[in-house]
Design a protein around this ligand. Structure first.
Ligand code: NDP
Ligand code: HSE
Length: 436
């Protein structure tokens, strides 16, 4: 097959990222053509609102609301899916790949949940399938894991991969605001979506760490395999106590190789103030990767936004064009050639911060320590922070940090504690990462 001088793109969706791709292909067209070796031209655009692409200067005759028209256009060699959501994106990508069209997507929902079947379709159609923008926006972390660090056994991947939650936690921490106030500000500023559930409850980060873990550990990890907790229960008190102990609170997406198992989880965590990820503020993302040869590395940048995400999408388009030119497309085989088990949540080990309110009377601390001891939970520090009156009764707020312990043990201990008359409430439990 002779590679055409112009490579035709079928663009699905010209929302935030899609219109960024149009802009970037226009603004940097000469450089992109020189580096890729071919000119890149948009040949078809799929949109629901047919007026939207015209506002970006795309001629009306290229615009359609019928996917078949994009798929069957012989001038379209690469389909760029930027619709979002699972359906119909999943069907469109699968159909395109199995028909031999190369595909670029930024869609973490689809890649995380259906990666396996999409790679099968790519293999069947001898097509390239690339998804750099699906994790970390403009940060080229997929390429780093698949190529630059390929010689390593990856030991751990820890990411701040959700900008919305990092923005909220940063403002809560720096301005001593509560969660609801900052969430409203984030929505007003356009950082958080009108329905921010997937961000604040951790599901967006879970999809991203599922993708990174699958590549890092050569084993299919789907969002269902990731233990997820969001940031909605974090209070200014927790942030202040974290600071007193020398930590910051971040929503971390963690994947680790543990013997023959993989541990994958997303939750808020105490992180030592001197950890490289602790200084990642606002909507920025960063991914910390430890490999057995390279040691500790960290990649930082804008994890979302129109142009950073378009940067990754267009980079993928250019890589496919180079593959077309060297006749080496169709090699995007699934990297999941192992079938390691997923470590069950109860077997995960961590240190824990626990904040609880108990009756302020002699012997209470000893009783609590006894319950922890009965469940093999060893305490590193226990501090009585303040007394408060609840319904006329004096209560004490106790804050403690444990040594490393299995999740099941601490959960069992807390279940027993909730049944004790001396315990008014378990206010929060936050995992502690790393050591100061
Ligand atoms: P937008 O909602 O801004 O854009 C999607 C566009 O596709 C809209 O114009 C939408 O039209 C159109 N569309 C949706 N479904 C269909 C359909 N079935 N047929 C035709 N047109 C359709 O999303 P984004 O650009 O923000 O995101 C695109 C993808 O990129 C998502 O997968 C997202 O997760 C990912 N991503 C986004 C980032 C960002 O910063 N925004 C960062 C990293 C990844 P309408 O508006 O009429 O529904
Ligand atoms: N909602 C995501 C975030 C954006 O806040 O990081 C893109 O993945």
């Amino acid at each position: 097959m002779v590679v055409a001088e112009v490579i035709g793109i079928g663009l699905l969706g010209v929302g935030t990222v899609g219109s960024g791709v149009v802009k970037l292909l226009q603004e940097n067209s000469l450089q992109i053509a020189r580096r890729a070796g071919k000119q890149v031209e948009i040949k078809k655009v799929l949109e629901q609102d047919l007026e939207k692409p015209r506002l970006l200067g795309i001629p009306g005759e290229l615009v359609t609301n019928d996917f078949e028209a994009v798929l069957k256009d012989p001038e379209v060699q690469i389909i760029v899916e930027l619709l979002g959501g699972s359906e119909p994106a999943r069907d469109y990508i699968k159909e395109a790949l199995s028909r031999g069209k190369h595909v670029v997507t930024a869609n973490k929902d689809v890649v995380a949940a259906y990666g396996e079947e999409l790679f099968e379709a790519a293999a069947a159609g001898h097509a390239d399938f690339r998804f750099e923008a699906s994790v970390g926006g403009g940060i080229p972390v997929i390429g780093i894991l698949k190529e630059s660090l390929a010689a390593n056994q990856i030991e751990e991947v820890i990411g701040i991969v959700n900008g919305t939650t990092n923005y909220i936690l940063t403002r809560m921490s720096e301005e001593e605001l509560d969660f609801a106030t900052v969430l409203r500000a984030a929505q007003a500023a356009g950082y958080a979506e009108a329905d921010p559930t997937a961000d604040i409850e951790g599901y967006d980060a879970a999809r991203k760490i599922a993708i990174l873990a699958s590549i890092a550990f050569n084993t299919r990890v789907t969002p269902d395999n990731v233990f997820v907790e969001g940031i909605q229960k974090i209070t200014p008190q927790d942030i202040n106590y974290a600071r007193e102990f020398g930590y910051v609170i971040k929503l971390l997406a963690i994947a680790r190789a543990r013997d023959e198992e993989i541990e994958a989880r997303v939750h808020p965590a105490f992180l030592p103030q001197n950890h490289p990820l602790a200084s990642v503020r606002g909507v920025f993302n960063a991914i910390f990767i430890k490999g057995n040869a390279v040691g500790e590395t960290m990649f930082y940048g804008q994890g979302a936004g129109q142009m950073p995400t378009a940067s990754a999408v267009v980079g993928d388009i250019m890589e496919i064009i180079r593959n077309m030119e060297s006749r080496s497309t169709g090699r995007s085989a699934c990297t999941c050639f192992l079938e390691k088990g997923i470590r069950p949540r109860g077997k995960i080990t961590s240190k824990y911060y626990v904040r609880l309110v108990v009756k302020d009377q002699p012997g209470v601390l000893a009783s609590i320590a006894g319950v922890f001891g009965n469940h093999q939970v060893s305490l590193a520090s226990v501090i009585q922070k303040r007394t408060l009156a609840i319904s006329g009764e004096m209560m004490a707020e106790i804050v403690l940090i444990t040594h490393e312990v299995q999740e099941q043990n601490i959960q069992d201990a807390l279940t027993v504690m909730r049944g004790l008359s001396i315990v008014s409430s378990i206010e929060n439990l936050i995992r502690v990462e790393g050591s100061r």
